[in-house]
Design a protein around this ligand. Structure first.
Ligand SMILES: NC(=O)c1ccc[n+]([C@@H]2O[C@H](COP(=O)([O-])OP(=O)(O)OC[C@H]3O[C@@H](n4cnc5c(N)ncnc54)[C@H](OP(=O)(O)O)[C@@H]3O)[C@@H](O)[C@H]2O)c1
Length: 270
């Protein structure tokens, strides 16, 4: 169990997912997690009632939390940081979760604080996030370990240099939606082949989940697993061939590239 007190500025979907994961992993007792938001008292009360975390003001949070998470939309971050700047003590650790907002932006507004950026994804809700962490000014081995420990409570963690965060956002930040889209497409295609919609959806969902579980649990490379189920002249080869001929890799390249570009634009706009 960690001794650090955690403070969440923002009580939305991501903060709630992270908090639930951290509590489930038994990393920090609920009484050591403080949460504040902009003004939605009902949301804060609900989260506190469900999880036992402590609702508070920004001043209370800044005065007590060892680690402060910035868990608001990028466009709301400058306002929140302006309020926090005079409240946070020197050396306090701040982890920004806002897509696209650079460490340089934070360093200029929160000088003297130890800064990190993290990009989890929505699967943190079920403890299966892919999270990338970048270290900023003042952050060293101890902070890297702390971040690894915190985000491991909600999935898998990698450390990357900050300049790769937009690429991370394009791949794993937005990635769950690509997989949901594939699941929708598989379902529709099954219906197109005469399956009942509910049956097609059940088969598509289980197929995506099973393939993910195979990747994680066997540790095999995806191309090995794919080759194992693709016999020459067989049905899978026919299906995979159609995806390749249709430019599957090119489409995925473009999806990740556009999302990364959008992440960069959002950061610039802050
Ligand atoms: N959702 C995800 O899976 C995911 C994944 C990766 C990264 N992210 C990043 O995480 C951040 C939060 O996403 P989300 O989905 O959790 O957003 P959300 O559900 O819209 O929640 C945002 C929270 O920020 C609070 N807030 C806004 N301005 C504030 C201020 N000035 N002071 C204090 N609190 C403030 C809001 O307060 P009220 O409750 O009062 O409205 C709300 O609780 C975003 O930057 C997003 O890019 C999200």
């Amino acid at each position: 169990m960690l001794r650090e007190k955690l403070g969440f500025v923002g009580a939305g979907a991501l903060a709630a997912g992270l908090i639930r994961g951290i509590l489930q992993a038994g990393l920090v007792p609920a009484g050591n997690i403080m949460v504040t938001n902009r003004g939605n008292g009902e949301r804060l009360r609900r989260l506190a009632a469900e999880t036992g975390v402590v609702p508070c003001s920004k001043a209370e949070l800044a005065g007590a939390a060892d680690v402060v998470f910035l868990a608001m939309k990028p466009q709301d971050l400058p306002g929140a940081v302006a309020e926090l700047a005079g409240l946070l003590g020197p050396g306090q650790r701040v982890i920004s979760l806002a897509a696209g907002v650079s460490l340089a932006f934070l360093e200029a507004r929160l000088p003297g604080r130890t800064l990190l950026r993290a990009m989890p994804n929505t699967s943190c809700r079920v403890g299966a996030s892919a999270t990338a962490v970048a270290l900023g000014k003042g952050a060293g081995t101890a902070e890297a370990e702390l971040a690894r420990c915190l985000f491991a409570a909600v999935g898998r963690v990698v450390l990357v240099p900050e300049e790769q965060m937009d690429a991370v956002t394009g791949l794993s930040g937005s990635g769950p939606a690509y997989v949901y889209l594939l699941t929708e497409a598989l379902t529709a295609a099954g219906v197109g082949q005469g399956l009942d919609a509910a049956v097609a959806r059940a088969l598509a969902v289980q197929t995506v989940w099973g393939a993910g579980k195979m990747l994680v649990e066997t540790g095999e490379a995806p191309e090995i697993l794919r080759r194992q189920v693709t016999s020459p002249g067989g049905t899978t080869m026919a299906g995979v061939g159609a995806l390749e001929e249709g430019g599957f890799q090119r489409l995925v390249d473009e999806a990740v590239r556009r999302a990364a570009v959008r992440s960069r634009e959002l950061g610039v706009g802050v």
